[in-house]
Design a protein around this ligand. Structure first.
Ligand code: ATP
Length: 630
């Protein structure tokens, strides 16, 4: 019997290993990602050696094999890479947090990126094997060595290294999978389908084939219901990430196909964005704008984020830091080699890098949308219909931080064009004497079109933007102006549309009716801030406008939110001096103040109805109208 000295892991390594097994990773399944990444690194190293020393080994000769032996609860991962000498086994696997790969990368910094793609950097990934295995055996033969060695460990106790027989160069790692416990079902790691799924999920873009013997059931020839099992070696991974291919190699169908498979959508996306960046941040990104919003998109359950890869290995499935909220609908992935990951690869160390990438992606998305808006309006409007609301929220949220970026992506319905227009288009059509960008709010385009307040502005030949989403007015208020043109609600009361003569005339009339309006205001018992002569009505008798920042439309929106239900607009009841009702009111002020009080109440309720607001007492209102009729 050969005496095998069992070596203990270094003291601090012991604690680290314990921590490793129990707490660094949240998903046990990543052990396979780590071991495959190590194998891929070992293949890269050998390939690199072959290139630099002319060994004649080609990429196609290199690969990784997975095998499962269910009966003995074993999984093996074999690579024909660079292998490890006895010393390397000792140093790389006996000292936790000692990365041979990191050293290799540092020693070869001037190498062409494409030739070398080494993943490891911390020297801990290997130990994740102990999350699922009770015993780990590593048999390795280094390139150029005659002798192979076996490293064996059952975990924290330590490890042994002995000579062993191994014909081929490379490394074979055997895991003895733990028995099931109450909390954890380890058996599933012995299932073909589970291993395939894990490989697909995390290691699909490893550049070497990951092969496994897979069994399929076939109908036995000449029979109707007898099946036979047929096994074959399959390559599980796609190897070349589509995002690493050049754009000229790819057609729309390729992009769409990839999107549908990867992001489980039945429909083609509206657009894809494929970008590469080098410099402050180096990455490849492939992003998509879906054609439909996910069912939970406008709810708090929706999680934004892009997949994050480091050298083709999945690090995070939904990295929220890569997308600003206003582009949260974007799906896709980013692959970057220069992320500084923390040991578990589950969290990223510096969000500074992510911030740089986010800013750069944000620009790419904005550019794509701008291009679509300019060159394919129909498609953009399709996008707008689904995600426009999010863009408008983006203008409003964060105290308007996104408004500069987003202002040219906005679309609103135009009274003049009778379709959606951009602010740029609106401003380019503004009349010479037009000071403001006018807007009117309401429930639907039709209802807004009939609002008394819009009549005079339209008559002047000015275009009005019709705002039908509750966030619209808030967004415009946050913007304040667009290219120095201020926004003005047609319900703002003072639109400054009159000629100087008209102004004089109004002033005289207002003076003459001052007392009457004061009486009417009192009659309404504090419901309005003021009763005034209208400067904006043309043929209609009355309307409501508001003073101050909160418009009537905003009050409506806020009243639907429980927390802010008592925010009220400062309402002004406006009376049209050109309407016959004005003379009637004047007469009543002289002759019958009680009736004037009733009329004031009716007119106020009518103005509310026109505005689409509820009236306080509909029965009372109806009674008042009826008594006028009989
Ligand atoms: N299959 C293998 N073939 C050759 N060397 C290997 C193999 N697996 C591991 N090694 C060596 O062991 C070292 C430690 O591996 P480990 O997975 O713990 O860390 P790493 O891959 O360097 O970094 P990370 O913690 O980021 O995974 C590697 O750097 C590598 O030198």
């Amino acid at each position: 019997m050969i005496f095998m000295a069992k070596k203990a892991f270094k003291a601090e390594s012991k604690r680290l290993l314990d921590m490793m097994i129990n707490s660094i990773y949240t998903h046990k399944e990543i052990f396979l990602r780590e071991l495959i990444s190590n194998a891929s690194d070992a293949l890269d190293k050998l390939y690199f050696k072959s290139l630099t020393e002319n060994l004649g080994i080609e990429r196609k000769d290199l690969g990784i094999d997975l095998a499962v032996d269910k009966d003995n609860r074993l999984i093996t991962i074999t690579d024909n890479g660079i292998g490890m000498t006895k010393d390397e086994l000792e140093n790389n696997l006996g000292v936790i947090a000692n990365s041979g790969s990191f050293k290799f990368k540092n020693d070869n910094t001037d190498t062409e990126k494409d030739d070398i793609n080494v993943i490891g950097q911390f020297g801990v990934g290997f130990y994740s094997a102990f999350m699922v295995a009770s015993e780990v055996t590593v048999e390795s033969k280094a390139y150029g060595s005659e002798q192979a060695y076996k490293w064996y460990s059952q975990g924290v106790d330590g490890y042994t290294i002995t000579d062993c027989d191994k014909e081929d160069v490379g490394t074979k790692i055997t895991l003895k999978i733990k028995e099931n416990t109450e909390e954890e079902e380890y058996d599933e790691y012995l299932q073909d389908y589970k291993l395939r799924m894990i490989v697909k999920k995390y290691s699909d873009y490893i550049r070497y084939p990951i092969r496994m013997e897979v069994s399929h059931q076939h109908l036995k020839e000449g029979t109707e219901n007898e099946y036979e099992t047929h096994t074959e070696i399959e390559t599980l991974n796609s190897m070349v990430p589509i995002w690493n291919k050049s754009k000229s190699e790819l057609k729309d169908e390729d992009y769409n196909q990839f999107y549908k498979e990867k992001f489980f959508d039945y429909d083609d996306p509206i657009a894809h964005i494929h970008t590469k960046a080098e410099g402050t941040a180096t990455y490849n990104a492939l992003m998509y704008i879906p054609s439909k919003a996910p069912f939970d998109y406008y709810s708090k359950d929706y999680e934004k984020g892009l997949q994050l890869y480091s050298n083709g290995v999945l690090i995070m499935d939904k990295c929220p830091d890569l997308l600003p909220d206003y582009f949260s609908f974007v799906k896709g992935l980013v692959d970057s080699a220069d992320l500084s990951l923390n040991i578990s690869r589950e969290m990223l160390q510096h969000d500074r890098q992510l911030k740089i990438i986010e800013k750069s992606l944000e620009r790419s998305i904005k550019n794509e949308l701008t291009k679509m808006l300019r060159n394919d309006r129909e498609r953009y409007e399709k996008f707008w219909k689904v995600f426009g609301l999010q863009i408008k929220f983006g203008v409003y949220n964060g105290f308007g931080a996104g408004k500069e970026l987003l202002k040219d992506l906005l679309l609103f319905y135009s009274s003049y064009e009778k379709k959606l227009v951009t602010l740029e288009e609106y401003v380019s059509r503004m009349k010479e004497d037009q000071k403001y960008i006018y807007f009117a709010s309401g429930e639907t385009v039709d209802k807004i079109d009939k609002l008394p307040q819009t009549e005079l502005v339209k008559d002047k030949g000015y275009e009005i933007l019709y705002l039908i989403d509750s966030v619209d007015e808030f967004a415009l208020q946050m913007m304040v102006d667009y290219n120095e043109k201020q926004f003005k609600s047609v319900s703002a009361g003072d639109l400054d549309l009159e000629t100087p003569e008209e102004k004089e005339e109004m002033k005289a009339k207002a003076e003459e009716s001052k007392d009457m309006f004061a009486f009417m205001k009192d009659s309404l018992g504090g419901k309005v801030k003021d009763v005034r002569l209208s400067k904006i009505l043309k043929s209609h008798a009355v309307c409501l406008t508001s003073d101050g920042l909160l418009s009537i439309e905003m009050e409506k929106v806020l009243s639907q939110m429980p927390a802010e239900h008592d925010a009220k607009a400062e309402k002004v009841l406006e009376i049209n001096a050109e309407h016959p009702i004005y003379e009637t009111l004047k007469k009543l002020y002289e002759t019958d103040k009680d009736k004037l009080k009733t009329y004031s109440e009716i007119l106020y309720d009518q103005a509310l109805l026109v505005e689409g607001m509820p009236i306080e007492d509909p029965v009372e209102y109806s009674n008042k109208i009826c008594s006028l009729m009989v």
